[in-house]
Design a protein around this ligand. Structure first.
Ligand code: ADP
Ligand code: MG
Length: 245
């Protein structure tokens, strides 16, 4: 589904990602973890084609097509979607209008009543997108538009940040719905999810995890095992472990 090959990304003259490579197969969910400032969000920007960052070298292949040079909207049309950690406010656009625009996208979901209910967004539909929304409202509205876009590959940045435990449950169920994880044999959707706290792992059957430190993918493996190690030893433990190798 996605192949990231030797990706080097720079912003304002500084190299943020150093020759990163990984692959996500159809139906798989991968987890990206790492300390603050290690470059996690930049990985998502590079894949989606957003943010003020430049791909210096390397390639992003989506469903066999090189999308490295395509603008974000072309990548979205092909089936890549993103839920930002801090979605922007759009004072000129109601959530309802935004959702209607997203419905018109290639694979957009047409009957949305159930999704609006799952995400508890009914009362927000006629408010301007993310203007004075609480942390939980902001995340739920962001996930509603992602569920309606119904992308083949969902890129999700710290879904649990700024959200209380009740809302994490709602977001966790949304991810479950999005990635269609009920039946393993039926899994076609893929996901790349950044998590800091690991809470979201309770709601997913994640297949593989990566640790990103200072813009380099330094470790990969079973996401729960990796997270357990990070909880015990911190990311400093990762650095020490690497020194031993
Ligand atoms: N557009 C940009 N211009 C300059 N520096 C940037 C830009 N985007 C990210 N950075 C820097 O790159 C580093 C990694 O940022 P980010 O990907 O947001 O990390 P993370 O999501 O892991 O916390 C940080 O030092 C950040 O300040
Ligand atoms: Mg980030």
């Amino acid at each position: 589904m996605l192949e990231v090959k030797n990706l080097t990304v720079v912003a304002e003259g500084k190299t943020i990602l150093h020759e990163i490579s990984f692959q996500i197969s159809e139906g798989e969910t991968h987890i990206l973890m790492g300390p603050n400032g290690s470059g996690k969000t930049t990985v998502l920007h590079a894949i989606m084609g957003t943010g003020n960052v430049a791909i210096q070298s390397g390639q992003i292949i989506f469903e066999g097509e090189d999308v490295t040079a395509l603008p974000a909207y072309e990548r979205a049309r092909r089936g890549i979607g993103v839920a930002s950690q801090r979605p922007p406010s759009i004072p000129e656009l109601t959530l309802r209008s935004l959702v209607e625009l997203v419905q018109q996208s290639n694979n957009g979901v047409q009957r949305i009543d159930e999704l609006v209910e799952i995400m508890n967004c009914g009362y927000l539909m006629d408010r301007n997108f993310n203007v004075n929304f609480s942390g939980g409202e902001s995340k739920r509205a962001e996930f509603l538009q992602l569920l309606i876009q119904n992308p083949k590959l969902a890129l999700i940045d710290e879904p649990e940040s700024g959200v209380d435990l009740d809302n994490i449950g709602v977001i966790g169920r949304a991810l479950h719905q999005l990635l269609k994880e009920e039946k393993v044999l039926d899994r076609h959707k893929s996901g790349l999810i950044i998590t800091h706290t690991g809470h979201i792992l309770d709601y997913l059957n994640a297949d593989r995890g990566y640790v990103l430190i200072s813009g380099q993918l330094v470790c990969s493996g079973n996401p729960r095992d990796l997270f357990e190690e990070v909880e015990k030893h911190g990311y400093e433990g990762c650095v020490q472990c690497l020194k031993c190798q």
